[in-house]
Design a protein around this ligand. Sequence first.
Ligand SMILES: Nc1ncnc2c1ncn2[C@@H]1O[C@H](COP(=O)(O)OP(=O)(O)OP(=O)(O)O)[C@@H](O)[C@H]1O
Ligand SMILES: N[C@@H](CCO)C(=O)O
Length: 322
Amino acid sequence: MDTPMPNAPVQAYAPASIGNVSLGFDLLGAALKPVDGSRLGDEVKIHPAGAFSLEVKGTFAHKLPADSEENILTQCYRHYHNQAEQQGHQLEPCAMLLYKNLPIGSGLGSSASSVVAALDGLNTFYGELFDQQRMLLMMGELEGQISGSVHYDNVAPCYLGGLVLMAEQADNIAINLPVFEDWYWVACYSGIKVSTAEARRILPQQVALKDTLTFGRQLGVFVHALHSGDRKLAAAMMQDVIAEPYRKKLLPGFDEARAFAIQQGALAFGISGSGPTVFAVCDDLARAEKINQWLSAHYIQNADGFSHICQLDPQGSTAKKV
Ligand SMILES: Nc1ncnc2c1ncn2[C@@H]1O[C@H](COP(=O)(O)OP(=O)(O)OP(=O)(O)O)[C@@H](O)[C@H]1O
Ligand SMILES: N[C@@H](CCO)C(=O)O
């Protein structure tokens, strides 16, 4: 089989994402794009080199393990090369530079953003050896190594963009759903760290029958409401009966933040992924600004925290030769 030669350096970007979106535990995710035009996601640069190396820069670089063997990017590089070898390709090495812009353990899909930027970047660098489905499978596997279980609700929206429902079929991992483009998503990171693996451990292994029925009804009706353009019905379904009742105790100020957002007319409020980031959905910008200001003043716990008014990022990750 031909072995594609790496050529031009590549630059990749992968946005932050909201896992679960309250009503779709492990099954629903959304990619975020701040309305002020700023970027909220990790970036990866790749260039040809005699041997593999990884350098890490960016606001949250110092929060990652110092040993690059423990950085998920190293596993992404190895995994991509192994998969390519199994297809008969012998790839030249490359050097990778990660700009770690997303806080770790934030609920914004931080490790997913690194995984997607790395793998999308590598696939562009080596000439698109794998199709979208193979890429998603790889991304899920790598994310699973970090969080303790394979779930696609961060990697899939991060890669594909928009609002994504997991089908988890070998040839159809994830489905893009219609979105309401006039909705604003205020995402506030409090600044503390919540480990995804730990936030999964505290969930009960059994779900009560009534909650199972609510979960199924909400997800089904939500998808119908998106397809039929029924904003009110869609918003009414955005309640978390699976994780929020257990996880909110990990999030100081959660109940007060929810109460303020709902009192201000937010359509929905919930935990982003495993937290501590929370999100509020609004149908007008003035309301989103007011909630953004309040969360910035009251939900943020330390200097690492931040809050952004976002819309859904329709594009997902980007990787281009530079
Ligand atoms: N490039 C990377 N980005 C993020 N975490 C990484 C990376 N490389 C290694 N890690 C490690 O993986 C673990 C990620 O933990 P966890 O899954 O809780 O965080 P996360 O993916 O940042 O969470 P979230 O999805 O809530 O944003 C941490 O122990 C972190 O040190
Ligand atoms: N669906 C995952 C997302 C983690 O960011 C969870 O809630 O554990």
